[in-house]
Design a protein around this ligand. Sequence first.
Ligand code: BES
Ligand code: MN
Ligand code: ZN
Length: 502
Amino acid sequence: MNNARVVPLAEALSAPVVALPLTVDEEGARLEASLAQRVGDVDIPRTLDAEWCRRRGLSSVAGSSVVLSTVSGALVVLVSLGSAESVASPEAWRQVGAQLAPRARAVGSDVAILVPTEYSVDLELTGEALVTGALLAAYDYKTPDASGELLVAPVGSPLPSVADHDAVSRGLQRAVVVADATNWAKRLIDTPAGHATPKELAKKFAHRLGSDPDTGVEIWTESTIREEGLGGLLAVGAGSAEPTRLVYARYRPSDARAHVVLVGKGVTFDSGGLSLKPAESMMAMKTDMSGAAIVMAALSMVARLRVPLRVTAIAALTENLTGDRATKPGDVVTARNGTTIEILNTDAEGRVILADALSLAVEANPDVIIDVATLTGAQRVALGDEVGGLFSSSDEVARQLEEAGRDAGESLWRLPLVESYARLLESDVADLRNIAKGGGAGSITAALFLQRFVGTRPWAHLDIAGPGRSDQTRGYVTKGATAFGARTLARYLESLARQSVS
Ligand code: BES
Ligand code: MN
Ligand code: ZN
């Protein structure tokens, strides 16, 4: 399933799989009157008693479902939105959507869903959430070319108006753009490091973003990176035979209001360098370029949605290996902005490449800088794999990101930039050391390190080491790469564009 379309009821009812959302509580399940249709030879009832639901596993957990078959072989899927209050919750609709993807895969064709207009005050958000959940859940690294479409039929009494259709259609179009870019990022992140090298990734970024409206992409090769003084990025890439790259992508519509620079960590494989990781810790380190793929996906979303905002995305792409030119613990390197860094642990490499990328971001003189990085194992320890760590020097930016994350179903938790911990980053031989003394507060000290490169400019940092990957498929979050944060960034940028006066 890779697309969605609004269809009339009759067309939906003739699809090989027809899904109906309903609400469930202790008394059983309830369907809207408009859903009491005849599908094939099955009459859909208005209510289902509690015992019937319980035996079939249909519960108040959003996304729980039961399948009924018709004589003709078509399937009717009853999917729970949860309790009655959930009908207005985008998250519930995303969970309903997530249940449709495996059905589409199983039948290899279209799946239809009826959406009661009585349920929702905001059909655009509902349609968007439903389609987002379905398309994100349809992602499968091994079988990329999923066929079939999601057919969405608004139903209701009185009959849905043209405005209802248009609202669902707008939500659906947004969802297709957002899910397509998110799944594109997930695929790049899941690609083995042997294939997704800095050079290949840079090409993939340029290929997608170069063709979006009002965009331009520049790829910096090693000679440019050297000339431009990106000493941190070069130092991290020094131990690898794969050449380092920096991608500078721009979206600049003529009606741009504010300017935001996004910065992504793009370590295509993190072995730890000479401060080598143990085997177990290295197994998922092809995903250490998540931040880079995520910021490029967000840029692609806002370009395709034509958000009236200038957005620049910078990805620092390199491999952290142990070759004979590798940076050694104790080496001192100079970042783009002149700050010297004592590299005491080559496994704390993300902050070293971000030092350069953030310096470049500042030079672009934007209104806000946001970086995304799988930066610290400590983030995962603190918040697990469902919540991202948010740091910001601006209460306003932090609040807006938290809100965007809530809307997108990607929850962020703000952690403090504890000023006095800056002392833990003092070096005897350079301006900064790349690992904090003492070892506590690993995510905070990493964020404080980054803050040294953005100065006083409004800035936020998303540490997604935990939620960047999922060990299992849970609803619309598929196993492996999640591209966590991409959808939040797009939402944040859209709301910033709405607020900013031209
Ligand atoms: N890429 C890792 C962080 C990471 C860990 C991401 C687990 C996803 C899952 C990062 O480069 C790293 O190695 N950080 C070190 C920093 C330490 C040496 C100060 C860490 O967290 O152990
Ligand atoms: Mn590392
Ligand atoms: Zn790393």
